[in-house]
Design a protein around this ligand. Structure first.
Ligand SMILES: [Zn+2]
Length: 351
């Protein structure tokens, strides 16, 4: 029952030492996806089925203490929603925007979260629930989720690019999160695609994120509305050029607005170059493209397919480039999968 509807990977049971009092058959994982707008949580079976959900607005967690209390409460709420007793809880996985230190469970100078530098969001949960709690960068958790149950299933080396407000890219190799040296995370969203491109907050110019993220597309739309190149964008934004969003740019583009089509074409070209670069420096067998902007995958696919057709230096047969399948659930199930892997490997955090 648990696994039949979730694709080929889900039928494999995950062996791990269950919580001492828990029957293996009712073990429950909790995945938590921490974002700048909301913190979403779900109770998930070892086979990847979501049993219950809860969420809270990040703005309602305005201090470290409130943040930690909200995480603790979310675990209880999703267990309730799932109809599972807390004794069945086997592990908790947290996906969170970086930079963070997964070994120490700390978050460092987050741009979008109300947390101080070095905030430990793992230990309070571990103390409260007495189960392993693991922390992972959100895009890497999402990549693990897509590898487990989504578009990356069955692949050896998966690059999962999440294009939304920003661009993050998680890597999974042989079913595990693949980091760089000394546990550092690669930042593929900040590889430079156009050195003459717009400045990025990271200090470089023309990063992928500065060219193709929802923020970049929205900003280009604002400029087109302000300069009079697109009266349709100004109209969609109620006459206020600075209120143009990426969604309005996509809508105007589909309606045939020339300026909006140029903006989308530029973002698609940057994304195709990004995919080209990933293929050449990683030689992956799967590239998964997700995030809010990829709801318009059809507008990006032709540019990406053109680039793939020209690849000669690495074997292009067998490279799957596909839209993410799990949507916003990728981070939730991936975070739970992080906890399952920690249990499987005996990384319980209590040693
Ligand atoms: Zn950058």
């Amino acid at each position: 029952v648990d696994s039949s509807s979730n694709g080929p990977q889900a039928s494999q049971s995950i062996p791990w030492p269950p919580h001492p009092q828990a029957d293996a058959s009712d073990s429950t994982l909790v995945g938590i996806d921490i974002g700048g707008t909301k913190i979403a949580a779900a109770a998930i079976t070892p086979g990847g089925r979501i049993l219950g959900r809860a969420q809270v607005a990040t703005a309602d967690c305005a201090s470290y203490e409130a943040f930690v209390q909200a995480l603790i409460a979310l675990v209880g709420r999703v267990l309730d929603a799932a109809g599972r007793e807390s004794r069945t809880l086997a592990g908790i996985g947290l996906g969170c925007p970086g930079p963070l230190d997964p070994e120490h469970g700390t978050v460092h100078d987050p741009y979008t979260l109300p947390l101080p530098d070095g905030a430990d969001i793992v230990t309070p949960l571990r103390r409260r629930y007495g189960v392993p709690v693991v922390l992972e960068v959100d895009t890497f958790a999402a990549a693990l989720g897509e590898h487990w149950l989504g578009a990356g299933a069955g692949h050896e080396l998966v690059a999962c690019v999440m294009i939304g407000t920003g661009i993050g890219c998680g890597l999974v190799r042989n079913g595990k999160v693949a980091r760089g040296a000394r546990g550092a995370y690669p930042e593929i969203g900040h590889h430079v695609i156009d050195p003459a491109g717009p400045p990025c907050y990271c200090g470089a110019r023309g990063c992928w994120e500065a060219l193709a993220s929802g923020t970049a597309i929205g900003r280009a739309g604002q400029e087109a509305a302000a300069s009079g190149r697109s009266s349709r964008l100004r109209e969609l934004a109620g006459g206020r050029a600075d209120a143009v969003t990426s969604e309005m740019v996509f809508r105007a583009s589909r309606e045939g607005d020339g300026a909006a089509q140029q903006i989308v074409a530029r973002a698609a070209e940057a994304t195709a170059i990004g995919v080209h670069n990933i293929v050449h420096f990683l030689a992956p067998d799967a590239i998964v493209l997700g995030g809010g902007v990829m709801q318009h995958y059809d507008l990006f696919a032709p540019a990406i397919e053109q680039v793939l057709a020209r690849i000669t230096m690495v074997p292009r047969q067998g490279i799957s480039v596909a839209r993410a399948q799990l949507g916003p659930d990728a981070g939730l199930v991936g975070a739970a999968r992080c906890a399952a892997l920690a249990l499987q490997e005996g990384r319980t955090g209590h040693s």
